[in-house]
Design a protein around this ligand. Structure first.
Ligand code: CA2
Length: 147
């Protein structure tokens, strides 16, 4: 089983700026933890990051037939992108949305997610653990629906 993990804009700065909000863990460290969990669960994890909305849309569109599901942190595009929402809705494979921070405990403009309603589920507020919980949830869902 192959799982795609997508990180949205500015997440490459993790661990290097604003540690008070996002913690000290870097993106390569999160990717290593995801790949280690993937080995434990018996699935192959591919991680990609982009600051470019269209690139994320393209990766989501190309995923069906290659990846069984997607874990995505759309970052700021969560709150702005109809294009990402449409791409997730059209993909037809399960997508789990994750966030490091609890967006509901932050500014009002972060309370709305364009993507959450077309995702299988959403996990947020647990720092890097949100990604690991998201991967476990997606893997569990896919394993239970496997024929
Ligand atoms: O909590 C999350 O995971 C977010 O998706 C992070 C986004 C934010 O816009 C969302 O509202 C919630 C921001 C990602 C940018 O990450 C940075 C990391 C370090 C320094 C600056 C930005």
């Amino acid at each position: 089983m192959q799982i795609l993990v997508l990180h949205g804009p500015n997440l490459s700065l993790l661990g290097r700026r604003e540690p008070g909000i996002y913690g000290s863990c870097t993106l390569p460290e999160i990717d290593r933890q995801l790949q280690a969990l993937g080995r434990e669960l018996g699935c192959d994890v591919t991680c990609r990051q982009s600051d470019v909305e269209g690139e994320l849309v393209g990766w989501i569109g190309q995923a069906p037939g290659i990846f069984a599901g997607i874990v995505i942190n759309p970052a700021a595009y969560t709150h702005t992108s109809v294009a990402l929402r449409d791409a997730v809705a059209a993909a037809g494979i399960p997508v789990v949305e994750v966030h490091l921070s609890n967006t509901h405990a932050r500014e009002a403009f972060r309370h709305q997610s364009y993507t959450a309603a077309v995702c299988l589920g959403q996990i947020q507020g647990f720092g890097p653990q949100s990604y690991l919980l998201g991967l476990r949830a997606l893997h569990g869902f896919l394993s239970s629906t496997e024929r």
